[in-house]
Structures are given as structure tokens and as C-alpha cells.
Design a protein around this ligand. Structure first.
Ligand code: GDP
Ligand code: MG
Length: 177
């Protein structure tokens, strides 16, 4: 019952990755069940909250999106990482550079989590696109294994073609408990 949600345990999930990989669209998909209209995607939100049932317990998930502040991350980074319970590392499967940026993001998260082992997942987004250049799923899976994270390939635009974003969130929520 939502009226008693004030006493639910709250878990903070942060979404990390290069600008343009689809972090905002993925967050929007998870919260509204839709791919955002252009105008909606530009609205800057600190975080969105959702109440989820995980193995019989209701918990509150707070999902933090960077709202296009990647460029200013030096100044907002502390606030963003503080108290994170889980991390979504996102890259764009059609953009090799966004995959190559991952070690930098992982290193930055490590620096801010002060030795805590924060549950993380690797998410390749935009699987609906069939461009010529593509990050190999095998290479990405090996990278995820190396860093001890589950690996998913998804599409915020068309979840049917790939792993469903909702299943990824449910799996992460289960690990939080
Ligand atoms: P962010 O900078 O990481 O938050 O990326 P956005 O969510 O703003 O998305 C960047 C661009 O990629 C936008 O033009 C989106 O419409 C597009 N986009 C995001 N997710 C997908 C997807 O799954 N498939 C396709 N085809 N485009 C996507
Ligand atoms: Mg964004």
C-alpha cells in the first residue's frame, strides 16, 4: 500500500555511462513503460522513485540519472555517487567509444565507493539498431565477467528485441535485498 511507503527501505541505483548512450531513455522506459518523446527526454530529473515487490517485500527504488551533466561531473560527482546501492553501467552497442569509456567510469565509481563492493550490471543499449559497427556481445560479456558483473543487451526503444529493461531492474533489486 503506497500510503505506508514512507517506511519502506530505500535503495539508490545510479546510471552511468557516456552522454548519448541512452541512460535517460532507459530510466524513462523503466518508470513510464514508454520510450520518451523528444521533449520529455530533455527534462532534467535528479532521480525517480518506484515501489517494487521483491520476494514478498516492498522496497523503494530511487534511480538517479545524470540529466546531461556528464560534462560537469567533477562538480556533481560526490552528490551523485553518495550512498549508491547499485550501478547500471550503460554503453551504446553501436558506439565503440562508449564501450571503451567503461574502464574510466568503473575506476571513477571505485574511487567514490570507498572500497564498498557495489552490485553492478553492464548494459549494452540500442540493440534495436542494426548499424555496420557494433560492439561484439562476446567481447562485452568477457569484459563484464572480468569485472564480476552480469551482462545484458537491451533497447530502451524496443525492448522486445532484447533483454527487457524491467527484468534487468528486477534482477538488480533482488541482489539488493
Ligand atoms: P543519455 O545522454 O545517456 O541520457 O542518452 P539519451 O537517453 O538522451 O539518448 C540519446 C539518444 O539516443 C536519443 O536521441 C535517444 O532517442 C536515443 N536512444 C536512446 N535509447 C535508444 C535505443 O534503445 N534505441 C535507439 N534506436 N535509440 C535510442
Ligand atoms: Mg541523459
Amino acid at each position: 500500500e503506497l500510503s505506508s511507503s514512507f517506511c519502506l527501505r530505500i535503495f539508490k541505483i545510479i546510471v552511468i555511462g557516456d552522454s548519448g548512450v541512452g541512460k535517460t531513455c532507459l530510466t524513462h522506459r523503466l518508470w513510464s513503460g514508454r520510450f520518451p518523446e523528444k521533449s520529455e527526454a530533455t527534462i532534467g530529473v535528479d532521480f525517480r522513485e518506484k515501489v517494487l515487490e521483491v520476494e514478498g517485500e516492498w522496497i523503494k527504488i530511487q534511480m538517479w540519472d545524470t540529466a546531461g551533466q556528464e560534462r560537469y561531473r567533477k562538480s556533481m560527482v560526490q552528490h551523485y555517487y553518495r550512498g549508491a546501492h547499485a550501478i547500471f553501467y550503460v554503453y551504446d552497442v553501436t558506439d565503440e567509444r562508449s564501450f571503451q569509456s567503461l574502464p574510466v567510469w568503473i575506476e571513477e565509481c571505485r574511487r567514490h565507493s570507498r572500497g564498498h563492493d557495489v552490485p553492478s550490471v553492464l548494459v549494452g543499449n540500442k540493440c534495436d539498431l542494426h548499424g555496420a559497427s557494433r560492439v561484439s556481445g562476446d567481447v562485452a560479456r568477457k569484459f563484464a565477467e572480468l569485472h564480476g558483473m552480469p551482462f545484458f543487451q537491451t533497447s530502451a526503444k524496443n525492448p522486445q528485441v532484447s533483454d527487457n529493461p524491467e527484468d534487468i531492474l528486477a534482477m538488480v533489486a533482488q541482489r539488493l535485498k
